[in-house]
Design a binder for this molecule. Structure first.
Ligand SMILES: *Cc1c(COP(=O)(O)O)cnc(C)c1O
Length: 476
């Protein structure tokens, strides 16, 4: 399998080449040259693989269709090392929970940091360690986080050979639980940098360091952001696992609702559907930051400015543009790389928007690719959390609540199960849960008292030179 860029760059690359890379050289995103097709017999076989041999083995089946430059035995071992009951809390890894007639929750948040990002990041950590050892190279991951991504990356990379993590976050702005999760890590290869500023300052610093090509090369700076194809690929697996659990035979269809920000999670659903998984609809749920809902309703994609980007109670979906969206638009446009390049390159930078409403292809987003969308607000979130607690005795997190709210509006006929992806556990966003329910959510035993643990964090000014000096001082 070879990979191409959504903007048409001529080189075709293999999986391990793009594993450690971010954007393609032309600024595009990597996608496979074609989507491998999963026929009825294979899907039937995968059913028994999942039920009898477990999630890790199913992951190997899916990944091996896309990765041909890691020997099969090694890839299988990496999957088994990653997806264990010990790390993910249950042997099913992603168990389905029944909410009500035709409505299910797929639990993706029982990994080390209690958010779905662990599903991909844990695999990425093992892939990085494997590939770096094979090349005899090292990598310094520089990132910016407002919460979930940073902690998922640190828990995935802690103690890994050949990898260091330098994670910037806005000083004092993450929830106490999120700060405790990250800053309590004492591993030598993990560095927390609390920047006196906001999240945008952190992102600007990361960009500035990455744009200094000489520094980047000398210190082997890399990233783990959500445009990484390996992360997306890891997420494809749980769409198959959700389908297998919700149905008894392949003739049945299901729909998924996905709480969305950067369009990584739901893009993995799109890939699963392109492979032939019988998905009826992929419902994109947004919060007040409704860039994506607006596109699927109107055909207009309008990037927001920072004044227009709201701070909400589902903060991991507070985005001004959706960094993986280009992948879907490339497919929607019949894989026209020149047109994708013009929309996401020139048009977005000059006008901040593009408009496909008059293009007949736009209608295919729904009719051919199955997409639908909806949005949710703080009041909806509180009401949905309350309603699920009183009617089902289930406490859901704020992002998952956005999903359930939209799923209930978009639910089709009862014979098509609707699966909502649970993207975090409620304890991560305890203040909003307490606002909705009048009490704090349950805390998994392993997180008792983490706020009191010693913290390893360096508070620094929002200054690129300071971050560079810190990296220099901590690389041998
Ligand atoms: C990252 C995240 C999302 C958004 O996922 P995307 O892949 O960016 O669309 C939703 N919910 C939670 C809890 C997250 O951490």
């Amino acid at each position: 399998m070879k990979y191409l860029s959504t903007r048409g760059h001529a080189d075709r690359k293999r999986f391990c080449e793009i594993l450690l890379e971010g954007l393609a050289p032309d600024g595009g995103l990597y996608l496979p040259e074609h989507y491998p097709q999963v026929d009825d017999a294979t899907l039937t076989r995968w059913r028994s693989v999942y039920h009898e041999q477990g999630y890790a083995e199913l992951a190997f089946e899916v990944l091996s269709l896309y990765i041909d430059d890691i020997p099969a035995a090694d890839l299988k071992a990496l999957c088994h090392k990653t997806y264990t009951a010990e790390v993910f809390g249950t042997g099913e890894i992603v168990p389905l929970r029944h909410l009500e007639d035709g409505l299910w929750l797929e639990a993706l948040s029982n990994g080390p940091t209690l958010a779905f990002k662990d599903m991909a990041m844990q695999l990425l950590g093992n892939l990085f360690e494997y590939e770096l050892a094979r090349r005899g190279e090292e990598l310094n991951i520089l990132g910016a986080t407002s919460g979930d991504t940073g902690s998922a990356a640190e828990y995935a990379m802690r103690g890994k050979q050949g990898v260091r993590v330098f994670m910037t976050s806005p000083h004092g702005r993450m929830s106490p639980f999120q700060q405790a999760q990250m800053f309590s890590l004492q591993d030598e290869n993990i560095h927390n940098l609390a920047v006196e500023g906001v999240f945008d300052d952190c992102q600007d610093i990361v960009k500035a360091v990455s744009n200094d090509l000489e520094f980047k090369r000398k210190y082997k700076i890399g990233t783990v952001n959500s445009i990484n194809w390996a992360r997306l690929l890891a997420q494809v697996v749980y769409y198959f696992a959700g389908y297998i659990q919700a149905t008894e035979q392949n003739a049945q269809k299901v729909s998924f609702t996905v709480p969305s920000g950067n369009f990584g999670n739901v893009c993995a659903g799109h890939v699963a559907r392109m492979m032939g998984l019988p998905i009826e609809r992929l419902v994109v749920a947004t919060n007040e930051n409704d860039v994506l809902d607006e596109f699927f309703r109107t055909g207009v994609y309008r990037v927001r400015g920072s004044a227009d980007t709201h701070e909400t109670s589902s903060p991991s979906m507070d985005i001004s543009k959706a960094s993986n969206f280009e992948r879907f638009v490339f497919d929607l446009l019949g894989r026209d790389a020149a047109r994708t390049k013009s929309l996401f390159g020139e048009q977005l930078s000059s006008q901040g928007r593009f408009d496909l409403s008059a293009d007949p292809l736009f209608a295919q987003a729904a009719s051919r690719y199955g997409f639908a969308s909806g949005r949710s607000t703080h009041a909806d979130r509180l009401a949905t959390i309350r309603d699920n607690f009183t009617r089902h005795g289930v406490t859901i997190d704020t992002h998952t609540a956005d999903g359930v709210k939209v799923a209930l509006e978009q639910r089709g006929p009862a014979e098509v199960p609707m699966i909502v992806l649970e993207t975090a556990l409620p304890i991560k966003f305890a203040a909003t849960i307490a606002e909705a329910l009048g009490h704090e959510p349950e805390r998994p035993a392993r997180f008792e008292g983490i706020e009191a643990l010693p913290k390893k964090v360096q508070v620094i000014p929002a200054d690129v030179a300071v971050v560079k000096a810190y990296i220099e001082a901590h690389c041998p």
